[in-house]
Design a protein around this ligand. Sequence first.
Ligand code: ARG
Length: 283
Amino acid sequence: MARAREIFLCPPTHVELTYSINPWMDTSAPFSRDVAMKQWEGLVEAYSDVFGSRWVHVCPPQEGLTEVCFFGDSVFLCEGKALFGEFRHPERAAERPYVQSFLEQQGFASRNVPEGVTFEGAGETVMWRDKIVFGFGKRSDEVVRHFLRQAFGHDTIDLEMEDEAFYHLDTAFLPLADDLIAYYPGAFGPIDNATIESFDCDKIKISEEDAHRFACNAIVRDHVIFGTQGCDLWDELRPLGFEVIELDVSEFLKLGGGIKCLTLQHYVTGSWRSTTRRPALEG
Ligand code: ARG
């Protein structure tokens, strides 16, 4: 399976709940930036403890970019290359240039989708085997599948997001291994459900309760899962040999985000995995 060579995060130093662009965001709900910061620090600590701090890169926060803690939502990274998109909502538009200049400084070769096309990056893309699974419909335009194929040379599996609450692919689809995925059927229409069912692997359909706990919004590496605490899915996965590290990200759920949204993965596959480094890391 494709694997994250490294991850990028950005602290929620300036996070706020002052606008609502998805059904999770209730601006009248109590929201604590301090709690969010502690939860984020817990996540970074867990990543560093398990895989070492060399795996983890942190981008400085920027005042005014309240949701840039969901660091990957404007970009997909694979094998040293970056494809940047534009956000659907103007509230988040200023994040893309900030994230782009940071990642260009890190040595990624970058491209942008054409003007007028929306694409919410890692929110809509997860790698499975050597394919890019791509979600569209609510936040990203379907046409982006062509740009993904062109830019990265990997085939895509395209799934349309059907439910406002599960507006990004990473809220409803979770590859666990080459032969196992988990997903929430309620997020997809009948044709895409049939497509997923036809995959030649084992599938776990998660419950509506787990979907609402953001069970699919997890990071998986080498059979270690960093997932939202209290999901039933973890009890199904532990007997299959997965180690699950459960984390409290409740403050981020109020924004409609979770662990995967906070974590931008730089994927590598095949020979790239063992032999190639991105330019900034050479030497
Ligand atoms: N409030 C943010 C939005 O609606 C949350 C983004 C969550 N990111 C994700 N990858 N699912 O855009």
